[in-house]
Ligand binder design. Structure first.
Ligand SMILES: [Zn+2]
Length: 101
């Protein structure tokens, strides 16, 4: 019975905290602690530092390893349904610089 109560309370609380998954390692966290890139209407991505930009977003947990994999473009392209190309890779690298100064 105690167990059930705890779960109920946990569910109630987590409703107020939107969670997202890192597109590389899939770890879930409160989206405020993730780094977001957003797809631009003309294609490509840009760092969404404030987290409020409209559009489809891809989240990264912020670990070095995840960024290292993300800059290849594969994961981001898949998450945002973009074509993987040199320009996309450059934009992801630029986003990384914004977040990882
Ligand atoms: Zn990650």
């Amino acid at each position: 019975m105690m167990m059930l109560n705890c779960l109920a309370i946990k569910n109630k609380m987590s409703r107020h905290v939107p969670e997202r998954s890192c597109i590389v390692c899939s770890s879930k966290r409160d989206k405020r602690y993730l780094q977001r890139m957003v797809r631009l209407p003309e294609g490509g991505v840009v760092a969404d530092v404030a987290g409020g930009m409209p559009g489809r977003g891809a989240y990264l947990c912020g670990s070095e390893d995840c960024w290292d994999l993300a800059v290849s473009g594969d994961r981001v392209a898949r998450a945002l349904r973009l074509n993987r190309n040199t320009r996309l890779a450059e934009q992801i690298r630029a986003a990384r610089d914004v977040f990882c100064l």
